[in-house]
Design a protein around this ligand. Sequence first.
Ligand code: DGL
Length: 274
Amino acid sequence: MPSTQPIGVFDSGYGGLTVLKSLVEKLPAYDFIYLGDNARAPYGNRSFETVYQYTRECVQWFFSKGCPLVILACNTSSAKALRTIQQQDLVESGTKNRVLGVIRPTTEMAGLLSKTGHVGILATSGTVYSGSYVLEIKKFFPDVRVFQQACPLWVPLIENNEHQGPGADYFIKKYADGLLSQSPEIDTVLLACTHYPLLMDRLSLYFPASIQLVAQGDIVAQSLVTYLKNHPEIESRCSKRGQLSFYTTDDCADFDLHGGYFYGAVVKSERVFL
Ligand code: DGL
């Protein structure tokens, strides 16, 4: 196997493609491989044990492809599996490979973005009930107040390409109102699920213009730039031919069709059996 290999980017389904897009824009020289575990998506309502087991299998697949670094571009996996993978699996296996998530970079920015110190989180039930955003934001910004709203139906609507349809409005408004009713002072809302940037246009109809809606892609990409600068031992193992490949655990034709909306360009995937 060549001594340098692509950076792995993972999501339960299509959502991580919104992050991948920012990563490729920011780091065009690097190679990336993307895996969507579409056969088992969504992860959002699953137990800690299940999300950990699925995520772990996908991380092992990336390692078997030689990836020195894997980004969990999925908040649910970052909330429910990352800590165990980092503190237990990587340590026990003695690997030099690394796994990073999307919650830490986002929470590091949260308090800087808000003027009122009232920050809203929109996320899957799994991410909300893990408490990860509240805990992490408190670490960096003890005075910031965090308000959360679980949006369990948004990922299924998006994965089924129903988010632009008239049926979606009811659930978009329902969860937006649920967050807004918690504090009139919220001025920053984090889209803490990598699927939600696809709802940006619709969300802006239900949030006042004074509230900024923040997607994670660019934040995660900037954080990866910094990480690679600070970790030459990983950076030197990342291949740089500007190549990109896509894998899915489910049907490739579906992935290519839907993935194209998320990635904003043509996507051609290969099937993986884990
Ligand atoms: N895209 C994932 C996230 O960021 C959630 C999707 C799912 O529920 O599987 O949380």
